[in-house]
Design a protein around this ligand. Structure first.
Ligand SMILES: Cc1ncc(C[n+]2csc(CCOP(=O)(O)OP(=O)(O)O)c2C)c(N)n1
Length: 578
């Protein structure tokens, strides 16, 4: 047996000291013998352990922590099934480029490949969805690996994303040499931000000042650049679209925001500026079928988001904030060529549409089954939530309704992986990270089921989150797909299960709500008794915009039916021309 003193001077202790030195306040995980030395040393150093009911949820929570703090989010999972359970979380963090560090253990070195308990090669399994995956087999190599992994996770010199390290448990118990733990190793990582070349800045200014209909689109690479971005938009009178990755950078009150006129803005722009944003399926892969012959100006601090799908007239590989600063600092004296009437017209239509949307939500009619429309839930939440609330949206149809109907400056959702089930774990972590803010999870009943056990984690850790389940007794968006494209419904109906009863069984305040008029009181009571869950019966008949747009049935060439058709026509006319 190892004695307590040995553990105090162990590699596991070094890991805890490293995390502490990086400002990590909490680690999400599920215990197991292969990681117990780390687990206990984290606790010894005052790092909170948020013990979850599934490793997948632990990684989701670390993901939310990373997104909300801009720092590392850390999960600790045990060997074998602990790591395989964590895989979906890693994949989601990979696609979202979230700075997640997952730590694990392996059998002791002397038992490797001998048929040991929970023995498998984790690094092979996680390799395709991590920026860094390594087994550390010597206590003196622990710190260098942690620094390298942390820098990779934070995207220093590359794309940010999840990293993975595991340690044989005997190495965790062993003592590193004195040299391997010099005090200078315990410094926070400094941030490294690249600056643009002045020739590129000048070329970008030329494009921007010549454009008549400039459209800015931001992604996660623009986070932190809100002030300069807003200032540049005002100087140019440009229009702006955000994406889920960069919600809240430009407030809706800013004259450039035209989110409700997305399709028209994309079609009519003559210059599209992408800021730290991939031209992925949400942006029609930058296709000329949707964007016409607009020029592109692409700015990103990493190569993967600079030239994907559509080359830029000017491409700047540098920190987005620094680049926007430089553009403003060198702005010409002459007025930009922006067509003010075009930009103002889009803005006016945006405001009109957004207002109409709010009004129609308030009175959305129930289904033929008498159950309320999901928009009534969102409308009631909208009325009750403070402006700085953190919103987590999850599900199929309900996610689609919530994305439009419950805007928030701090917003998280399943992201480009379409990773439904993140709702409750994201919400639990968000409420721990932002204890002074109201955190609400708006989730479909199907999506809720994946990690429903995390209501237990919320109660045990007194995570002040409100989970609102839109209970339509089905995977509704899939029902619609089957009805429309196959004419038959198979395996997509659920029960109108008693989620409130389930939550109460774990000691959570919970209530079922069946009438829209009961929502305001139920929400108010729930907010006074957090963590809480509201199980709201809604009609499965409400058709969301994601269902109407064809997103759910995955067209061949583009994500949305209208874009798919435009792409088909464009390709045909291009091949006719050649
Ligand atoms: C992990 C995972 N499994 C399955 C899917 C496919 N899927 C996307 S939306 C959806 C239905 C979600 O149902 P629910 O959360 O109840 O929301 P509703 O559509 O009923 O509003 C499904 C099954 C997915 N995106 N992710």
């Amino acid at each position: 047996m190892t004695n307590f003193q040995q553990i105090e001077n162990s590699a596991a202790d070094l890991i805890a000291r490293f995390l502490k030195s990086q400002g990590i306040q909490r680690v999400y995980g599920l215990c197991g013998g292969h990681i117990m030395p780390i687990w206990m040393r984290l606790d010894a150093h005052g790092i909170q352990i948020v013990d979850t009911r599934d490793e997948r949820a632990a990684v989701y929570m670390a993901h939310a922590e990373a997104e909300l703090t801009g720092q590392l989010g850390v999960a600790l999972v045990t060997a074998g099934p602990g790591v395989t359970n964590a895989m979906t979380g890693l994949a989601n963090a990979h696609v979202a480029r979230a700075s997640v560090m997952v730590l694990s253990g392996t059998p002791p070195l002397a038992q490797e490949n001998r048929g040991a308990l929970q023995d498998m090669v984790h690094t092979d399994v996680v390799k395709s969805v991590t920026q860094f995956a390594r087994t550390v087999r010597h206590p003196d190599l622990v710190l260098p690996a942690l620094y390298e992994a942390a820098a990779c996770a934070l995207g220093q010199g590359g794309e940010s994303g999840p990293v993975f390290i595991d340690f044989p448990v005997d190495i965790l118990r062993a003592s590193p040499s004195q040299v391997a733990q010099l005090a200078e190793y315990f410094k926070p990582l400094n941030s490294l931000r690249s600056t643009p070349h002045s020739a590129d800045v000048q070329a970008a200014i030329e494009l921007l000042w010549q454009a008549k209909r400039p459209l800015f689109i931001s992604g996660r690479g623009a986070r932190g650049a809100e002030k300069t971005l807003q200032a540049l938009l005002s100087v140019l009178g440009a229009v702006y679209l955000d994406t889920g990755e960069s919600r809240g950078l430009v407030p809706d009150s800013h004259a450039s925001v035209v989110g409700a006129m997305r399709a028209q803005a994309m079609k009519e722009a003559d210059l599209v500026v992408t800021l730290g944003r991939k031209l992925d399926f949400q942006l029609a892969y930058g296709s000329p079928a949707v964007f016409g012959d607009a020029k592109f100006l692409r700015i990103s601090d990493n190569a993967a988001h600079l030239r994907d799908n559509r080359r830029g007239e000017v491409e700047i590989l540098a920190d987005v904030g620094h680049t926007l600063d430089a553009l403003l600092a060198h702005k010409p004296a002459r007025a930009p060529a922006t067509d003010v009437a075009w930009a103002q017209g889009l803005r006016a239509q945006h405001l009109q549409r957004a207002d109409k949307q709010i009004q129609s939500m308030k009175t959305a009619a129930p289904g033929s089954d008498g159950l309320m429309h999901p928009n009534r839930v969102l409308s009631a939440l909208r009325d009750a939530l403070p402006e700085d609330a953190v919103v987590v949206a999850d599900g199929g149809d309900f996610l689609s309704f919530a994305r439009v109907g419950l805007p928030a400056n701090t917003y998280l959702d399943p992201g480009s992986l379409g990773c439904i089930g993140i709702g409750t774990p994201f919400g639990v972590a968000a409420s721990l990270v932002c204890p002074d803010k109201t955190v609400v999870v708006a989730t479909g009943d199907g999506a809720f089921g994946f990690n429903a056990m995390e209501i237990d984690t919320a109660v045990r850790h007194q995570a002040p989150v409100l989970v609102v389940v839109a209970n339509n007794g089905s995977w509704a968006i899939e029902v619609r797909d089957q009805q429309e494209t196959h004419g038959k419904v198979v395996g997509t109906r659920l029960q109108f299960a008693d989620h409130a009863g389930m939550a109460r069984a774990f000691g959570m305040h919970a209530q079922r709500v069946e009438k829209a008029e009961d929502l305001p009181a139920a929400i108010a009571l729930a907010l006074q008794n957090l963590p809480a869950l509201l199980d709201v019966l809604v009609t499965p008949e409400a058709v969301s915009s994601d269902a109407k747009s064809g997103l759910a049935w995955v067209p061949d060439l583009q994500a949305l039916s209208a874009w798919d058709e435009a792409e088909r026509n464009w390709r045909q006319s291009e091949s006719g021309n050649s």
